[in-house]
Design a protein around this ligand. Sequence first.
Ligand SMILES: *Cc1c(COP(=O)(O)O)cnc(C)c1O
Length: 376
Amino acid sequence: MIPFNKPCMIGPEMEAMKDAMQQNELSGNGPFGDKCTSWLENKLDCEKAILTPSCTAALEMTALLTEVGEGDEVIMPSYTFVSTANAFALRGASIRFVDVSPETMNINPEKIAEAVTERTKVIVVVHYAGVSCDMDSIMEIAAEHGLWVIEDAAQGLMSKYKRKSLGTIGHMGTFSFHETKNYTCGEGGALIINDRSLVDRAEILQEKGTDRSQFMKGMVDKYTWRDLGSSYLLSELNAAYLSVQLEHADVINQDRLRAWEQYEEGLQSLVESGKIAIPTIPKNCEHNAHMFYIKTKDDQERSNLMLYLKENEVMAVPHYVPLCSSQAGKKFGEFVGEDRYTTTESERILRLPLYYGIKKEDVEHGIKSIHQFYKA
Ligand SMILES: *Cc1c(COP(=O)(O)O)cnc(C)c1O
C-alpha cells in the first residue's frame, strides 16, 4: 500500500536529539529552540518567531494577544481545521464562517467584506494546501475596519505571496510541525509575530504569564506573574528534531515539488477532458507542495474512486468536513452569506499520497490508477 503520508525524516534527527539529551537542558527555548527560531526569523524575514507545542497552541496565543472575548466576532472560512475556530471560541468570541473561492479553497475576500459588522475584531485566513490567500485584498479590508489579521499558515511554511513568506503578512501567523506537515517534529508549532508591540506580551504568555524570558536574559532579577498565560513551549527534544528539518528545508521542498509536478503533468489530460479538476496556483504565489488533491464530479464519484484506489494499493483521503455543518460549529458560530462553494466543493476533494521521498514509480502508479478508473 502506498500510504497517504509518511512523517518526514532526513537522517541526522537522531544525532541532534542525542545532542539535546547531553546538553543538560531539555525544557523550552534552549539552544536548539534558539536555532529554530533564528532560522525562522532569517528565512521568513519576520520580527519574532516563538516555538509552541502545536499550531493549535500558537492559534490560542493569537486569540489571547488580540484580546477577543464575548461579544466579539471573528471571520474565517468554514473549510478549515477545527483549531482555527476553537482558539477563538475558547475566548468566548462568536465565529462567522464565510465562503471560499473554488479555485483555491481559500477564503473569499469579498465575502469577508460582506460579513464585517461593528463587532468584528479579527479575520483569520487559512492558506489551504500551502497556497496563499489573496492577501492584498484581505489586508485592505482589515485596514479599512481596523481589524486584526491572523494567518493560519499551518500548511504554508516555505510558501510565498508576492515574494513575502506566508505567516509574515498579517499581524501574526502560525505554523504546524505535526507529522502530517512538510516539516515536522512529531507535534510542534510556531507563532510568527509581525507587530512589534505584541512581542513582550507573547513572551510572557508563553511562560505561564510570567516575565521569565526577561529574567533569563538578565533584564529582571526575579520573575513574577504578570499577565494571563499558559505553558506554550516546545521541548528541546522536539526542537532538536525540528532543527534538522529546517536545515534541510530546501531539499524537502524540492522533493515535494517534484512529486507535485509529476501529478500535475500526469493528470493533465483528465483535466482537459473535464473529468477532474486540480489545484490552481494564482499568479504571484509560490507554493510548497503541501498537498496534491483532485476534484471529482461529486461525493459519490469520490467514494468510488477512493475505493478503487484502495483496491489498487493507493491511499487517497478526503479532507475537511466544513465546520459550519458540525455540532460545535453550529453552537459557536454561523455561516454568513450563501454557502455556494464550501460544502459542494469540499465533497469533491480527494488528496493523493505526497510526502518527502515518495518514489517516482509510486506517484506514477497513482496517476495510472486514476486514468484507469476514468476509462472504465
Ligand atoms: C494542521 C493544521 C492545524 C493544527 O496544527 P497542530 O500543529 O496539529 O495543532 C491548524 N490549522 C490548519 C489549517 C492545519 O492544517
